[in-house]
Design a protein around this ligand. Structure first.
Ligand SMILES: [Zn+2]
Length: 243
């Protein structure tokens, strides 16, 4: 599977927050401020599916701009959005707030919403997407395994601290894009040390850490060496052929 890293950082950096486009077809999270890059660098009209891991602004806030493009320039194509429960209602509120209520008519006819649930498998085109409830403070937040027809399985932790679901994803995926936002263990995000420990425990899995603060990125660069063969430092704009 091709994974375009649109952004790999957290909110408090100059770079884009973490999001991906997978095989040109699946948009994974749409952070605030990411639309300018998505619009100019990638082809939104190819998007068939959107996955939203949770509703924090750095994962969700530019979605109305993507829907506006699909509504205007794609002959009103049908798309599916996989997200935590209540996504449709939140977008409708957003459309009111930013005065683009005309998108609601497009949404009603052409957008299908599928709610994430822990352990649920969703078949979408040639993909199987399994959703896992993660622990990200008290939010309804999800991680995923996306599997294609060649049985390549890519894990995405979304935003999560250490939890059982993370181990379930790691037991079943070949590669993982994993939260590495923090320098200390906490109840919202994984720390650099936790990611390094997981990479040793699951040494057959390729680890692509994301959602960095500058401190976490520098800390990871200091701590990894030749022995951490399955950790790959990511950067904005990178294209990864993950399998
Ligand atoms: Zn979050």
């Amino acid at each position: 599977m091709k994974v375009d890293i649109v952004g790999n950082m957290c909110t408090w950096t100059q770079e884009l927050s973490t999001s991906y486009i997978i095989d040109d077809k699946i948009m994974f999270d749409i952070p605030q401020g990411s639309f300018k890059t998505i619009y100019n660098k990638y082809n939104i009209t190819k998007i068939d599916f959107i996955i939203i891991s949770h509703f924090h602004s750095d994962h969700f806030m530019d979605i109305h701009l993507v829907l506006d493009i699909l509504c205007h320039y794609c002959d009103k194509k049908d798309i599916t959005i996989i997200a935590p429960k209540g996504c449709r209602e939140r977008i409708i509120e957003m459309l009111k707030i930013v005065e683009v209520k005309y998108i609601e008519a497009y949404m009603n006819e052409h957008v299908t919403f599928i709610d994430c649930e822990n352990g649920k498998t969703i078949k979408l085109g040639e993909y199987k997407i399994k959703t896992y409830k993660m622990i990200h403070k008290d939010l309804d937040a999800y991680g995923f395994i996306i599997e294609n027809e060649c049985h390549e399985k890519i894990g995405f932790s979304g935003d999560s601290c250490m939890c059982n679901s993370l181990h379930k994803i790691l037991r079943h995926c070949n590669s993982i894009f994993i939260d590495c936002a923090s320098t200390t263990a906490n109840n919202k995000h994984l720390s650099v040390d936790e990611v390094i420990e997981l990479s040793k425990e699951y040494d057959q899995v390729n680890f692509y850490p994301v959602h960095f603060s500058y401190n976490a990125l520098n800390n990871l660069k200091e701590k990894i060496n030749e022995s951490n063969k399955n950790i790959f430092i990511t950067h904005q704009g990178q294209v990864i052929e993950a399998n």
